[in-house]
Design a protein around this ligand. Structure first.
Ligand SMILES: [Mg+2]
Ligand SMILES: [Zn+2]
Length: 182
């Protein structure tokens, strides 16, 4: 499968909720346990045929997980669910050190919660790559802004799916069609 990413990109960092996975429990913004999420429709078809890991694209995650701070799930569970989603989406389980998340309160003012660039910088540092060799895939404005602040290219997941010929109509996010490229 041809890569949807430019050839100079060595590390692809993903947002989780609304990008790799979506929650299956009404009213929850993110899963609190196994069985509360499913892969985003189309994401496996878009990513699983690519070569991930050693000798291929390196994968990272950057996710705001303030529900850890609010006590809805443990840090260990948040990490496990993020790694599970990454593995289901790509067929490859990323190294723990590349799976970065912010477990602080929404108003903590930390340097990691997106749109701050901390999580992206941590993932790049794990692989030892400069911003020019990384790309961030997300679904929200905070993702785009975090990428901008980190100096990293950004790709909207809806554009990724559209590039692969995967129906954006399968997406749950409102306004998805406005992100389609011709
Ligand atoms: Mg998201
Ligand atoms: Zn944080």
């Amino acid at each position: 499968m041809t890569s949807p990413f430019p050839p100079h990109i060595r590390v692809v960092i993903f947002d989780a909720d609304g990008t790799l996975r979506r929650v299956t429990v009404p009213g929850k913004p993110c899963p609190h346990g196994p069985g509360e999420w499913e892969p985003l429709p189309g994401i496996r078809e878009a990513l699983a045929g690519l070569r991930w890991g050693e000798g291929g694209l390196r994968m990272g995650l950057a996710s705001n997980q303030d529900h850890v701070f609010y006590g809805h799930l443990t840090e260990a569970m948040a990490r496990r669910l993020l790694m599970d989603a990454a593995e289901v989406a790509t067929g490859y389980r990323p190294p723990e050190g590349a799976v970065r998340f912010c477990a602080h309160a929404m108003d903590a003012g930390c340097a990691c919660r997106k749109p701050e660039p901390g999580l992206l910088r941590e993932a790049m540092a794990f692989y030892g790559v400069p911003p020019g060799a990384a790309l961030f895939v997300g679904d929200a404005e905070v993702d785009r802004e975090a990428a901008r602040r980190a100096g990293v290219a950004f790709l909207d997941v809806r554009d990724l799916l559209a590039q692969r010929g995967l129906a954006p109509s399968a997406m749950s996010s409102p306004g998805a069609s406005s992100h389609q490229k011709t």
